[in-house]
Design a protein around this ligand. Sequence first.
Ligand SMILES: *Cc1c(COP(=O)(O)O)cnc(C)c1O
Length: 307
Amino acid sequence: MEVGPGDEVIIPDVTWIASAAPITYVGATPVFADIDENTWCLSAKSFEACITEKTRAVIPVDLYGNMPDMDALDEIARRHGISIVEDAAEAIGSEYKGRKAGSFGDASAFSFHGSKTLTTGEGGMLVTDNDKLFERARFLRDHGRKPGDKMFFNHEVAYKYKMSSMQAALGLAQLERIEELLAQKRRIFKWYEEELNGIEGITLNYGVRDTNPVYWMVTIVLDPKLRLPKEYLMEKMSERNIDCRPFFHPLSSIPAYRDTEQAREARERNQVNYRIAPYGLNLPSALNMTEEKIRVVGGTLREITVR
Ligand SMILES: *Cc1c(COP(=O)(O)O)cnc(C)c1O
């Protein structure tokens, strides 16, 4: 998209750093907007408030399989002439108004990292309906060769961002059983929902109106009134041999970005993510989870939180 130095790209403050790092790689400035209280994804209102004349693109993230309010984001982006790149790394199978995650905006990215719902070990996939972007990406990923080039003739210094044939074979085999993988993720969430139902102060990621999510990781947010920060919870769970992960820390709070001017502004502005992120926990969600294991996790959480 020819984004570079002097340009700004808006992303949600709470996401994995992989959403932000590419902005930094091309010399542009990441701007950290607040998240929405219900979806935990980019807030449309905060997105609009962060727009300046330098804004070139926005990267909404389908956090943990939740979907942002794409219609609202799309309307704002169009009105301001801003490109959208959807980060669908955590949301393969999720739907917003009947449309699949990864089909929004000018381009979208999936991740096939070992932890993801569909994996090739490492790797990922860029998708777009824009022919120009598609051709440009094919050119950039192979050291600036034109697709089909047989003369090993490089027009630009570019990159080597290709997947190996062995990974692709693994990915194709996974794709053949994608419905089975998605069904198991849905089952895991349902089991957790039944198990945690009625524990006061625990909110699970729940599908908001117009969405049909497939959760990559089942996630809970605790009422701050319980005064159980995620670090404490992780420690207590770990004592029982249950491995959890922390809700992503706001990018504006971590050493990689915290000393930037944009991070300072984000810490002032992003009330919602600073309220939620300290109390969020990803629960064990791997595809080999069983109803019995989930009962153990739920029982342990109940013991820790009900006092
Ligand atoms: C996993 C992930 C990525 C991509 O990670 P890779 O390790 O580069 O495949 C990007 N964004 C989000 C939100 C992710 O969870």
